[in-house]
Design a binder for this molecule. Sequence first.
Ligand SMILES: *Cc1c(COP(=O)(O)O)cnc(C)c1O
Length: 385
Amino acid sequence: MNSSQYHIPYNKPHLTGKEVHYMQDAVLSGQLSGNGKYTKLCQNLFQERFGFGKCLLTTSCTDALEMAAILLEIKEGDEVIVPSYTFVSSANAFVLRGAKIVFVDSREDCPNLNEDLLENLITSKTKAVVVVHYAGVACNMSKIRSLADQYGLFVVEDAAQAIDSYYLDNSQPPKALGAIGDLAAFSFHETKNLTSGEGGMLVINNPKFIERAEIIWEKGTNRSAFFRNEVDKYEWVDIGSSFLPSEVTAAFLYAQLEAIHQIQEKRHHIWNTYFDKLIDWATANKIQLPTIPKYATNNAHLFYLVVNGLDQREKIIAHLRNQGILAIFHYISLHKSPFYREIHGDRELPQSDRFTNSLIRLPLFYDLTDKELGYIIGHVSSISL
Ligand SMILES: *Cc1c(COP(=O)(O)O)cnc(C)c1O
């Protein structure tokens, strides 16, 4: 228990108001299974708004990553390069197909993978690089793409956190994250900017994967082609699973997608307020605030502090908890996980470990009020360190 009247959670899922309306429409329409009206509305809107290749809604980002691993025909003996500072699914999806994961360290200025370390990790067995746009901030995609092309590797974007964020290359118009890799995976889990509770999406930018992706999505059958009258019966033609969400989930997501502008505006307001009000305190205490490289934009997914070690982090988290504010740390290096540490070997990934021990996320959700925001900022900046 805390002594304050405030109880500010780390996250609270936001409702735009239209969710139940669209869900009711889906229910009354009589089609509740997947790939109906709302699934198509969402997929088309994502494709048009962000310039994505073919979009397929999935039941989670984890599922979308598993589809990616199947599509790339990952098998025993293949190597996949993945940052260590990420969610388990970025690696697990490929382990399920038999891959050996080769973990890469983070950059110093942000948790994204350090592109300068990639080339040394590439072997004749490397099949793909998985990039994670941490906090919705782009990895250095020009460098990564050109290395991938040079060595014949596929690029998979784990864009779980990266909706409505862009990669900036002076020679080209801004490119939405998720539109760059051969494949990309998004999450609509309730902690993400857009949500359907649980949900995700696979984006297929490399056209050679589109036909097979639809089959894998529909349990290994050519059901999608059947519904387009391209074949006269549908059959088992490949491996696959049940990756598509029901229309009820898609209807919920559609309401969120329609309100994306409003959601993003509010999240940017909160993010910018944190940054502007905490920068002096952070500088004075040698605490790092999120860095947005020149080639990246910010989608206000996370606001985090990188403090000076585990003790300082515990002190800050405890201080905030006593004031009714839930601030939380994030990933634990996957190369040190009970599941993977023996397979990983003894390569040190010091930046990943630094973020493991020193990163704190502050509450950031649509319904956070200015009063609550001021309260959090006041308590963060008055901690004596
Ligand atoms: C949230 C997240 C996932 C998992 O998303 P689910 O939709 O819950 O499967 C994967 N990778 C990253 C980087 C995430 O942030």
